[in-house]
Design a protein around this ligand. Structure first.
Ligand code: OAD
Length: 240
């Protein structure tokens, strides 16, 4: 029998147990930095040095962290299910845990690109400086989608296709505050089961038919523990 299709939609909370800060929690990244200064196209226009400093720091922090049990549980799902991971995260912890089909909606901290908009990508290993240039002679910047920029249309298309085919959607570790990424769970079929794994409150809108029909479940736990519960339930439903 064909494997059931699972769309995992992840946010910063899935990496929290690895020691990566979330953005909007108490003590999160946006308490110490103004996103409009360090993560927006207008911030890049005003003070590119500050933006590069922020991403050099985040890229270097990534070297000292490892995937946690939630990333590994998501990777292991591929044994029994057809899995697409759509992540808002720019870290590479899903890859390092072994997931093979990953869409980074907000880009990735492991690559750089040129300001001129060319398709070329380069590994983000050395720190970027003003004056670091690529093959086309244009300034290098992180391969991140900043506020004020569009998501890649190819990534959006792939996400839409995976969402429309999903039997199950696991939303894990996201406050669901950032658009258009936060529309991904609602692209799934009306009868798809949606699990929201997050220890915080669910303070975003859930369409009534999903809530009342019992298709939406909030597993109010940290990612590692919550993923274990969801996977046990999915195995019970689909594999026994
Ligand atoms: P947020 O910081 O907005 O939300 C993090 C979520 O993780 C919250 O709902 C927390 O309750 C939850 N959380 C905290 N610890 C957790 C744990 N151990 N296990 C599971 N969940 C936990 O981060 P995102 O929703 O990912 O974009 O933010 C979306 C986007 O906003 C980011 O991709 C980034 C940011 O601005 C850009 O920079 C373009």
């Amino acid at each position: 029998m064909a494997k059931k299709k699972i769309l995992v939609f992840s946010g910063a909370g899935v990496s929290a147990e690895s020691g990566v800060k979330t953005f909007r929690d108490h003590g999160g990244i946006w308490e110490g930095f103004d996103p409009m200064e360090v993560a927006s196209i207008s911030g890049w226009g005003k003070n590119p040095e500050k933006v590069l400093e922020f991403y050099n720091m985040r890229k270097n922090e990534l070297r000292n962290v490892s995937p946690n049990a939630a990333h590994f549980a998501i990777a292991e799902l591929e044994k029994d299910f057809d899995v697409t991971v759509v992540t808002q995260n720019v870290d590479d912890l899903h890859e390092r845990a072994g997931s093979t089909n990953i869409i980074h909606l907000h880009g990735t901290l492991t690559l750089t690109k040129e300001e001129d908009g060319s398709e070329d990508r380069y590994p983000y290993t050395d720190d970027l400086k003003i004056g670091s240039i690529g093959r086309n002679g244009s300034q290098l910047r992180p391969d991140i989608v900043w506020f004020g920029e569009n998501l890649s249309s190819m990534n959006l298309h792939k996400t839409q296709v995976a969402a429309e085919e999903a039997d199950v959607c696991i939303v894990v570790g996201t406050s669901m505050q950032v658009s258009p990424a936060n529309s991904v769970p609602w692209m799934t079929p009306e009868l798809a089961l949606i699990y929201y794994v997050d220890p915080g409150e669910q303070d975003f809108y859930v369409p009534k038919f999903r809530m009342n029909g019992g298709f939406f479940t909030h597993v109010k736990k940290k990612a590692s523990e919550g993923m274990t519960d969801v996977i046990e339930e999915l195995k019970r439903i689909y594999l026994k």
